[in-house]
Design a protein around this ligand. Structure first.
Ligand code: HEM
Length: 533
């Protein structure tokens, strides 16, 4: 190793192959003296199948590619650590890594764009992923967030539709990695729940100057659970020590041409230079009794909890201090999953989160070639792993013992523990009729986008107007532009008329904004009308 005292690095060091000394060999460890000419009959004759080195070399090359991530394909990652400031969260969560200031938990973070393919440019208008794997003593915890605090849709069942609208169009795979196209704006105009995240997407937040200058958000309302089993709602926030900074659109376009690796390079170079990026983790806590005290639903991922209502409480610090050794082995093979939680952190019924909890493992089974990707070095927990799982492609451990099932009397299995270290799913009461209908408390779409717009400085507002004009101006179907304007008018007529002016279109009449339920109505969501099923 490199004298590293970090336990994750100590785990990885023996797996890191030193290519700077030693001999060239085959995969079987047989030394090779010549790798430039294949074995042939005579100097100009046919190549021989007998040349196992040539065959192995070419065969392995032929199999180098794996599927890129279906979203967030382009990313950059780094290792580091997280340390809580004090034990003050112990009242709310049993998670040790958040409450024991003596514990320095190793992390791996991957930043990403969402829509572009693996080779696309960094400085595009897009959301950025901000995914953190904490290798805690109680198992791996993944906080799989974004640099926006809100998402585009409310229910995970719409995710395939949304991504189909956002990604390059299927017939010609244009546009590569930009949001300006008919399918996106068609989707947006028809689905007003997208509007709040769309405001963020049209703002400077979608053009981060550096990954080191980005906020991160867990987005969903999650649940802390303390040692007594009491729950508290929680939203997670990352705040960059360097502050939030953006490029302007013209810079983005130029940089995308001159240095498409701009954000990736900046992260790498700053870590190599010892100028380690830092973030403060903060939480917004809402006692369960206050679940219905808001004029939106806490389970709706298209809403923020305004900080005036619930301040962000600082919790600890994360530092990224080490670049990976190998992009593919580490940054590409890392597998984040919202369902990777540890004791003290649990889910809520946010319907977006619930389907994410299905989706990540499912996609990784194909992306990483089978059920054993948790054995890959970057994914391997520091906590002990003892499952009763057997076999599968790419097994890297050697389970020993005769019997892999519980209550075995032969050896090889392990008892299920009953101590306080185990993960216990939060106990709560659920009831209701089976329905395919979203609660009325999710159906107000315009108030928070309006709040966002009205909190902008004149310069920021101008950037948003130009972004809308640029984006909508690229739509080939002119009706899509007017449909989108009809939504913008409901957010703010002045904003809509400025955009319309740039597009040379009339500002639509402010259509009727649906009657919106306010907080007292939220309590009715527990008993939705059974007749609509
Ligand atoms: C990948 C964030 C919603 C499915 C990712 C990644 C991030 C992320 C950061 C990249 C992980 C990495 O670096 O490896 C979010 C956030 C969401 C959201 C913050 C909303 C709050 C969803 C939903 C679904 C979904 C609703 C599906 C129903 C996926 C899939 C991947 C992915 C399949 C690729 C994972 C892989 O191949 O390893 N997401 N996502 N996401 N997300 Fe999401």
């Amino acid at each position: 190793g490199r004298g590293d005292t970090d336990p994750k690095q100590q785990q990885l060091d023996p797996l890191r192959q030193d290519r700077e000394s030693g001999y060239l060999t085959t995969q079987q460890g047989v030394r090779v003296d010549h790798t430039d000419d294949a074995l042939s009959v005579g100097a100009r004759g046919p190549t021989l199948l007998e040349d196992f080195h040539a065959r192995e070399k070419v065969t392995h090359f032929d199999h180098e590619r794996i599927p890129e991530r279906v979203v967030h394909a382009r990313g950059a990652g780094a290792y580091g650590y997280f340390r809580p400031y004090d034990d003050s969260l112990a009242e709310y969560t049993a998670a040790k890594f958040l409450t024991d200031p003596g514990t320095r938990t190793p992390v791996f973070v991957r930043f990403s764009t969402v829509a572009g393919s693996r080779g696309s440019a960094d400085t595009v208008r897009d959301v950025r992923g901000f995914a953190t794997k904490f290798y805690t003593e109680q198992g791996n915890y993944d906080l799989v967030g974004n640099n926006f605090p809100v998402f585009f849709i409310q229910d995970g069942i719409k995710f395939p539709d949304f991504v189909h609208a956002v990604k390059p169009e299927p017939h010609n795979e244009i546009p590569q990695a930009q949001s300006a196209h008919d399918t996106l704006w068609d989707f947006v105009a028809e689905q007003p729940e997208t509007l709040h995240a769309i405001m963020w997407l049209m703002s400077d937040r979608a053009l981060p100057r550096s990954y080191r200058m980005m906020q991160g958000f867990g987005v969903h309302t999650f649940r802390f659970v303390n040692a007594e089993g009491r729950g508290t709602f929680v939203k997670f926030h990352w705040k960059p020590a360097l502050g939030v900074h953006s490029l302007v659109w013209d810079e983005c376009q130029q940089v995308a041409g001159r240095d498409p690796d701009y954000n990736r390079r900046d992260l790498w170079d700053s870590i190599e230079a010892g100028d380690f990026p830092r973030w403060e983790l903060g939480v917004q806590l809402v006692p369960e009794e206050q679940e219905f005290d808001f004029d939106f639903d806490l389970l709706d991922s298209t809403k923020i909890i305004p900080e005036e209502q619930v301040p962000v409480r600082p919790v600890g610090e994360m530092v990224l201090d080490r670049n990976p050794d190998n992009f593919f082995a580490e940054t590409e093979q890392v597998a984040f999953h919202t369902a990777n939680v540890v004791p003290g952190i649990d889910f809520t019924n946010d319907p977006l989160l619930q389907l994410r909890n299905f989706s990540y493992l499912d996609t990784q089974l194909i992306r990483l070639g089978g059920p054993n990707f948790a054995h890959l070095p970057v994914n391997r927990p520091l906590a002990d792993v003892r499952t009763h799982q057997q076999d599968g492609f790419g097994r890297h451990d050697i389970p020993h013992g005769q019997a892999f099932y519980t209550k075995n009397t032969l050896g090889g299995g392990c008892p299920a523990l009953a101590d306080e270290e185990v993960f216990r799913h939060y106990t709560r009461r659920e009831e209701g009729d089976t329905l395919r209908i979203r609660s009325d408390s999710f159906k107000e779409y315009y108030r928070q986008p309006r709040m966002f717009w009205r909190s902008m400085t004149p310069t920021e507002a101008e950037h948003i107007v130009s972004a809308f004009a640029f984006e909508l101006g690229k739509c080939k179907r002119v009706e899509i532009r007017s449909h989108a304007l009809e939504q913008l008018v409901r957010i703010d007529p002045d904003m809509a008329s400025r955009v319309a002016g740039r597009l040379g279109l009339p500002t639509p009449e402010a259509g009727p904004v649906e009657d919106v339920p306010l907080s007292p109505a939220l309590s009715q969501v527990k008993d939705p009308p059974a007749t609509i099923a």
